[in-house]
Write a protein that binds this ligand. Sequence first.
Ligand SMILES: [Zn+2]
Length: 402
Amino acid sequence: MTITVVRAARVLDVASGVMREGAGVAVREGSIVAVGPDLDGDTTLDLGDVSLLPGFFDVHVHLTGLRSYDEGRMPDRETLAVRAAKDCERLLAAGFTTVRDCGSAIALTLRPLVADGTIPGPRIFAAGPAICQTGGHADTHHLPLEEVRRQPDTLIADGPWECRQAVRQAVRAGADFIKICTTGGVGSERDHPQDAHFTPEEIAAICDEAHRLGRRVASHAQGTAGVKAAVLAGVDSIEHGYYLDEECVAAMRERGIFYVPTFALKTFFERTTDGGHGLPEWRVRKQREVVGAMSASLKLARQAGLTIATGSDYYGPPMRGHGDNADEPIAMVRDGMPAADALRALTLNGATVLGIEDQVGSVEPGKRADLVAVDGDPLRDIEALRRVRFVMQDGKVRVNSH
Ligand SMILES: [Zn+2]
């Protein structure tokens, strides 16, 4: 069994947030067997003056193949799937070795194709269809309801038993976890981020059913009331959480609920707030409303010590392009988060949200060899995350341009 030693000027100990000088990582059969100076192996990859980090996580993506908010005539599903496969390649080239897809049937198709090496891409954890109430965030409000019911990306459910059935259908379709919507959203036409969706009984039914089937529940929840209802009913993560208050973060802390703030959207909202860019008027209006609240929520979450993970909510270029997903930790640092915390959100915390922190998420013996080398030191200059020179996934070199 051959041992490959990957050497770099710096290796990040992500748990402590300390950069170790002049270390190497020994890899055998896809796993890290040793970390430290003076390691011996059959082959050595000396990457030189770079920082070696654990593989990156984006725990809120949508692999949809969409390219704008308004494509006119919707492309056929084959076209969307090929585009989404291209997005997988871009994600991996940008250092993202694992993603969690929060709603897309195409992600279920791509998952085994990445796993068996047919296409390059991050390891995919997929929700498959997102579950919402009639007129909820995952519903397409201007289409006839029957047409939405035929779409594979959404399950509409009303009442606890339909909610249980929807969970069973998502699991039947191959869901690794369950994505629900307990508020309206910026991106859905005829609701509002502050609207609470699903009754407490419905959310509790979803969580009970999902947990009995061994799946975690991620809730799209923007307004305070819908966050609280989701937290109290037993979800495992809050996605977006634009309007958190003290009570929300205290309850999340107490229950160990993860927070995925999708903070890159703040920059996106600011950039597109003057309209144009093909965005409908109602979306721009809601973007303006929520953007002011986002920093305060992230600050509350940080102060409460919640486990925060990076999730860009990107779906495709040019607006929210896969490959630019480092926008998320960079936006967090610009907003005041220490770089060491943002790097933990990007790696170990992402693994924790997925429940695979014993296998990936840090550069430690016993873990899978997912390694990313960047030019510069991201603890001092977070923009270094954009300068990916080398990517190893499961011990295989995927990118090497150093
Ligand atoms: Zn999303």
